[in-house]
Design a binder for this molecule. Structure first.
Ligand SMILES: Nc1nc2c(c(=O)[nH]1)N[C@H]1C(S)=C(S)[C@@H](COP(=O)(O)OP(=O)(O)OC[C@H]3O[C@@H](n4cnc5c(=O)[nH]c(N)nc54)[C@H](O)[C@@H]3O)O[C@H]1N2
Ligand SMILES: Nc1nc2c(c(=O)[nH]1)N[C@H]1C(S)=C(S)[C@@H](COP(=O)(O)OP(=O)(O)OC[C@H]3O[C@@H](n4cnc5c(=O)[nH]c(N)nc54)[C@H](O)[C@@H]3O)O[C@H]1N2
Ligand code: SF4
Ligand SMILES: [Mo]
Length: 730
C-alpha cells in the first residue's frame, strides 16, 4: 500500500493554537528561545546507549553541522558514523508531516488535522476501553524517546486513560538485565562507569560486539594503559573478537554451562574471595553445591571449548586484580537469559570483582534512553524505579503527581509478547506504538503482521510514513525526531545528559512530549497534567519521583546545570552535582539494595533450547548487528547517503566456507533460508567468521525476523533472537 503525500492544512482548534505558542513544541514554531541563532550547542546523540555528546553548530537558529565534543567525559571528542550523520535522517522525504487516518482498512491513509486526530484517538480508545475493559488497549513504547516523554506517556496512558498494559521495545533488549540486577542487587543498577574499561586488567566481553554496536566504548577499551587481557566470548569471530587477546567461540547458548564451569574451577582452585563473599553476599554455599557437577570435561563437551582454554579463563578471572565482565544481547536474548546474566554476576561476586575500579558485572544497554525507560516508562516499574505492587510506593507517586492513588494499578503491565498474544485471543483490541517499528523488529514477522491487521485500532507514532508499522496504522501521528525536541537521556553508565531542539520539525510534526500532552488535554485527564507543561517542568517532577530511591537525582539541577557538568550519573543527591570526579561506580561500600544489603547468588538448572536444531532444520541462525552504520530497522540510517555506502543494501546470510562447500553453495548465490516460522531468499556471504553449523543474519533487514521466533525467557520475558533452527538451500 502506498501512503498519499500529505497536503498542507491550517492548524485548528484552541488547543493546537495553545501548543503552537509553546517554545520547542510545533515544528513551525521558533527554535528554543534560550539558544543564540548562530551559536554552538551540545546535545547527546540519539542512537546508541553510549551517550556521546555532539556539538551542534547553528546558523540562523538551525543546525547546519556537528562535531563530537572533546570535553564530554563519555566520548572524549569521538563519534561513530551514525553520530556524525545524525542530522541527515531529519530531512528525509518520507517524514510524516501531518496526522493521517483511514476510516477502514481498505482505505488509504488521508491527512487530517491535529484536532481531528486527537478526537479520533480519544473516541476510539474510549470506545475500546468502554466496551472491552481496561485490559483491551495497550501501548508499546521505546528506549529512544526522552525520559520526560516516556514518563508522560506512562502517566497519561495508565493514570489518565486507565490503560492497564504498556511495555517497551526495551523488552527485546534489556528486560533480562533488569530482572537479573533486581533479583541479585535489589535494584536495576548497572554498577559501572566507562572509566572501568580503562582500569581493568581483564575485560571479559560476553555476547557483545562492541566494535560494531558500541564503537566509542571500544575506543575507551583501547585507551586502557594496563595492557589488559581482552577476552571475547561469542560464537562468531566478530570484529571485536578479531581484535581481542583471546576469543572463545563457544557453541551458541552454552554460556550458562560455561559460567557454572568457571565457578566450579574457581572454587576448586581456591580462587574465591571468601572475605568478600562472607561480608557482602548470600547463597554462596548452595551455589557452590550447584556447580559441583560442572567439571571441565563436561563443560568442554557442551561448550565446544577445550579444557585448557576454560581453565585459562577461570585462572584469569580468579587471579587477576581487576576483572570486569560486560555483556549485551548474546546473553540477554536467550530462553535462559536471566540465569545466564546472574551466572556472570555470580562470577564477579565470588571473586570480589565489584565496586572497585576496573571491575563489575556490567550489562551494556542498547538504545540512547533504554536506561531512562527502565526507570521512568511506568511499564514494568512504577515511575522512578518504584513497585506497582507496593502501596507505599503507589501513595508516594500519587502524591508527587497530584493524583488519586486508586488510579495507579497494583501490578505491572503485561509484557510485550503477552500484549501481542492478546491480539490473537481478542484481549488486546487497540494498540498504540510509539517510536518502535515492531512489525519489523519483533520475531515471527508474518504472525506479527497478521495480528496487527486483526486489531480494531492501531495507532503508530513515528517520524516516517514508510515504516513497516506506520504502513499498517489506522491512525499515524507525526513525530519530531532527535534534534527537533528537547529532554534527557540516561546512558549505559547511568549518566543523565541533555538533548536539544536544534531544528524545526517538518510540517505539523510534533515532539512526542507535546503529542502526549495534547492527547491528554483532549482526553480530559484532570488538572494534574497541567504540571507537565514542558520537558523541563516534567524533569522537575521526575527528580521528585526519584527521591530516596537508589536512582535519586534530586540534586542534579536544571538542564543547564547538567550540561555544565558534562552529564551526571545517578545517584546525584544535593551537593553532588559539583563532584570533582566526573564519574562514579556503585557498591564501592559493598552495600547492595536488597533488604539485608547483601547481593544474592542466583542459579538454576541448565535448559534445552526450545528452538533446537533437527534433521529438517540442521543449522543454527544467529542474528544481531551488521555494521556500525546501520541502526535497527534502518528507518533513520537508510536516509544518510554516507551511511548507505557503508553497508550492503540487500539482506544477506553468512556461512562458513566448509559448510558452503558441503552444501555446494557459491559466494553471492541467492539462497533460501527456512525456519519453522518462515522462509526468505537472501544473498550468500561465505566467511570463516561464523562457526560451522551456524549462520548469521543482521537484524536490519526485514527478512531476518521472518525466520525468528520470540520464545521468551521465563523470568524477563525477553525474546530469544539469537539461536533459531534453520535449513538452507538454493
Ligand atoms: N551499529 C549499531 N549499533 C547498535 C545498534 C544497532 O542497531 N546498530 N543497536 C543498539 C542496541 S538497541 C543494542 S541492544 C546493542 C546490541 O549490541 P550487541 O549485543 O553487542 O550486538 P548483537 O550483534 O545484537 O549481539 C552481540 C553478539 O552476540 C553474539 N551471540 C549470539 N548468540 C550467542 C550466544 O549464545 N552466546 C554468546 N556469548 N554470544 C552470542 C552474536 O554473535 C553477536 O556478535 O547495540 C546497540 N548499538
Ligand atoms: N532478530 C533480531 N531481532 C531483534 C534484535 C536482534 O538482535 N535480532 N534486537 C532487538 C533489539 S535489542 C531492539 S532494541 C529492537 C529495536 O527495534 P525497534 O525499536 O522496533 O527498531 P527501530 O528501527 O529503532 O524503531 C524505532 C522507530 O521509531 C522511529 N523514531 C525514531 N525517533 C523517534 C522519535 O523521537 N519519536 C517517534 N515517535 N518515533 C521515532 C523510527 O523511525 C523507527 O520507526 O529490535 C529487536 N529485534
Ligand atoms: S557511539 Fe552511539 S552515542 Fe556515540 S556517536 Fe555512535 S551512535 Fe551516537
Ligand atoms: Mo536493543
Amino acid at each position: 500500500m502506498t501512503v498519499k503525500l500529505p497536503k498542507w492544512r491550517a492548524f485548528d482548534g484552541p488547543l493546537t493554537e495553545q501548543l503552537l505558542r509553546e517554545p520547542g513544541s510545533f515544528g513551525l514554531g521558533q527554535v528554543p528561545v534560550h539558544m543564540k541563532p548562530d551559536a554552538t550547542t551540545t546535545s547527546v546523540c540519539g542512537y546508541c546507549s553510549t551517550g556521546c555528546a555532539l556539538n551542534i553548530h547553528l546558523k540562523e537558529g538551525e543546525a547546519v553541522n556537528l562535531t563530537p565534543e572533546a570535553a564530554y567525559p563519555v566520548n572524549l571528542g569521538m563519534a561513530c558514523p551514525k553520530g556524525w550523520e545524525a542530522l541527515e535522517p531529519l530531512g528525509a522525504s518520507d517524514r510524516a508531516m501531518t496526522p493521517m487516518y483511514r476510516a477502514s482498512r481498505e482505505a488509504p491513509l488521508e491527512p487530517i488535522s491535529w484536532s481531528e486526530a486527537a478526537r479520533i484517538f480519544c473516541d476510539r480508545m474510549r470506545e475500546t476501553l468502554g466496551n472491552h475493559g481496561e485490559e483491551s488497549a495497550a501501548f508499546l513504547s521505546t528506549g529512544q524517546i526522552c525520559t520526560e516523554e516516556m514518563a508522560l506517556l506512562g502517566s497519561f496512558a495508565k493514570f489518565g486513560m486507565g490503560v492497564r498494559h504498556g511495555d517497551g521495545n526495551t523488552r527485546q533488549c534489556m528486560a533480562t538485565s533488569v530482572v537479573a540486577y533486581k533479583q541479585a542487587f535489589g535494584f536495576d543498577a548497572p554498577p559501572y562507569t566507562y572509566a572501568d574499561f580503562e582500569e581493568s586488567d581483564v575485560i571479559v566481553l560476553i555476547g557483545s560486539n562492541l566494535c560494531i554496536a558500541h564503537p566509542i566504548m571500544w575506543q575507551r577499551v583501547l585507551q586502557n594503559k594496563r595492557s589488559p587481557e581482552i577476552i571475547v566470548i561469542d560464537p562468531r569471530t566478530t570484529e571485536t573478537a578479531a581484535q581481542a587477546t583471546s576469543h572463545l567461540p563457544l557453541r551458541p547458548k552454552s554460556d550458562l554451562t560455561l559460567f557454572y564451569g568457571l565457578a566450579h574451577l574457581i572454587i576448586r582452585e581456591g580462587w574465591v574471595d571468601q572475605a568478600y563473599v562472607d561480608a557482602h553476599t548470600t547463597g554462596f554455599e548452595s551455589f557452590a553445591t550447584h556447580v559441583k557437577p560442572f567439571d571441565p570435561e563436561t563443560v568442554a563437551v557442551v561448550s565446544g571449548l577445550s579444557e585448557e582454554v576454560i581453565f585459562q579463563l577461570a585462572k584469569s578471572i580468579g587471579t587477576k586484580e581487576r576483572v570486569s565482565f560486560w555483556w549485551t544481547m548474546g546473553v540477554n536474548q536467550s530462553y535462559e537469559a536471566t540465569r545466564t546474566a546472574q551466572a556472570i554476576i555470580n562470577l564477579a561476586l565470588m571473586t570480589g570483582n565489584v565496586g572497585r575500579p576496573g571491575t563489575g558485572a556490567n550489562s551494556i544497554t542498547g538504545q540512547c534512553n533504554a536506561m531512562g525507560s527502565r526507570l521512568f516508562s511506568n511499564t514494568t516499574n512504577l515511575l522512578g524505579g518504584h513497585d506497582f505492587a507496593n502501596p507505599e510506593h503507589r501513595e508516594k507517586v500519587a502524591r508527587t503527581l497530584g493524583i488519586d492513588p486508586a488510579r495507579i494499578p497494583d501490578g505491572p503491565s503485561k509484557a510485550y509478547d503477552q500484549i501481542i498474544d492478546g491480539i490473537e485471543t481478542g484481549d488486546t483490541r487497540a494498540l498504540w506504538m510509539i517510536a518502535t517499528n515492531g512489525v519489523h523488529s519483533w520475531g515471527n514477522r508474518e504472525r506479527m503482521r497478521t495480528l496487527m491487521a486483526k486489531l480494531d485500532f492501531l495507532v503508530v507514532q513515528d517520524m516516517y510514513t514508510s515504516t513497516d508499522s506506520a504502513q499498517m496504522a489506522d491512525l499515524l501521528l507525526p513525530a519530531a525526531g532527535w534534534g527537533e525536541k528537547e529532554g534527557t537521556f540516561i546512558n549505559s553508565e547511568r549518566r543523565v545528559g541533555v538533548t536539544k531542539k536544534v531544528k524545526r520539525a517538518p510540517g505539523q510534526a510534533l515532539a512526542d512530549f507535546h503529542i502526549f500532552r495534547y492527547l491528554a488535554k483532549t482526553w480530559g485527564c484532570g488538572d494534574w497534567i497541567d504540571h507537565w507543561e514542558s520537558p523541563e517542568a516534567a524533569f522537575t517532577i521526575l527528580k521528585e519521583l526519584s527521591r530516596e530511591q537508589p536512582c535519586d537525582i534530586t540534586g542534579i539541577g536544571s538542564y543547564h546545570d547538567i550540561d555544565d557538568a558534562g552529564g551526571r550519573q545517578w545517584p546525584c543527591l544535593k551537593g553532588e552535582l559539583d563532584f570533582e570526579q566526573p564519574e562514579r561506580r556503585l557498591f564501592a561500600d559493598g552495600q547492595f539494595y536488597t533488604e539485608d544489603k547483601r547481593a544474592k547468588f542466583l542459579f538454576d538448572e541448565v535448559q534445552a533450547n526450545p528452538e533446537s536444531t533437527s534433521e529438517s532444520f540442521p543449522l543454527t541462525l544467529l542474528t544481531g548487528r551488521g555494521t556500525s552504520a546501520q541502526w535497527h530497522t534502518q528507518t533513520r540510517t537508510e536516509k544518510s547517503g554516507v551511511l548507505c555506502r557503508l553497508y550492503p543494501e540487500d539482506a544477506y546470510v553468512e556461512m562458513h566456507p566448509s559448510d558452503a562447500e558441503v552444501y555446494g553453495l557459491k559466494v553471492n548465490a541467492s539462497v533460501r533460508v527456512r525456519s519453522r516460522h518462515g522462509e526468505v531468499a537472501v544473498r550468500l556471504v561465505v566467511t570463516p567468521t561464523v562457526g560451522r553449523g551456524q549462520l548469521f543474519m543482521p537484524m536490519h533487514y526485514v527478512e531476518t525476523n521472518r525466520l525468528t521466533n520470540p520464545t521468551v525467557d521465563p523470568h524477563s520475558r525477553q525474546p530469544s533472537y539469537k539461536a533459531c533452527a534453520v535449513a538452507i538451500a538454493t
